[in-house]
Design a protein around this ligand. Structure first.
Ligand SMILES: [Zn+2]
Length: 167
């Protein structure tokens, strides 16, 4: 499209095709958001969850503005990921069942060891501390969020398997 003369017949043809694709893409994303949030609601009801803490991801794209190829790809993906839309749907669905959503800061949650509190950088998906504690990095993040905000003490939580939902 960038090689076309602006306003030419070919230009408008491409533009129309791109618009059609974008509408299709938006519809798919919307469908996914509904599925994910419904799945989450079902999980909360099934497990009698009354309060949900979630990480503040407003600054998730911050710090990725380097010029490397990998980071520009991540930025693009994060841009397409409609986090706000997911949160609106989730809030609407959960509030209908009296489930509260609380936004919390995520600083150091995936680097802090839940046992000895020392900071370690996770390698890829796994977290390993000098004290010998090992866990999936996302679980470490969730443990720290609960411990810091809900007064929980999940330091001995040792489940290792993690399931990802693919829509
Ligand atoms: Zn440790």
């Amino acid at each position: 499209m960038s090689k076309c003369r602006k306003g030419s017949k070919q230009y408008w043809k491409y533009r129309k095709a791109m618009k059609k694709l974008s509408v299709k893409f938006d519809r798919k994303i919307n469908d996914c958001v509904h599925k994910i949030t419904k799945c989450y609601l079902d999980y909360c009801i099934e497990n009698q969850i009354s309060i949900v803490y979630y990480g503040d991801l407003d600054g998730a794209t911050r710090g990725t503005k380097q010029k490397s190829k990998g980071n520009s790809y991540i930025r693009q993906k994060l841009g397409q990921w409609n986090y706000g839309q997911i949160m609106i749907h989730l809030t609407n669905k959960l509030s209908r069942y009296g489930i509260r959503l609380v936004k919390v800061k995520e600083y150091y949650t995936s680097t802090k060891c839940p046992i000895c509190r020392s900071l370690n950088k996770p390698t890829k998906r796994s977290y390993e501390c000098v004290c010998g504690y090992k866990q999936h990095r996302d679980i470490v993040g969730a443990i720290n969020i609960l411990n810091d905000n809900h007064g929980a003490n999940l330091s001995r939580f040792t489940r290792v398997s993690t399931n990802y939902l693919t829509v």
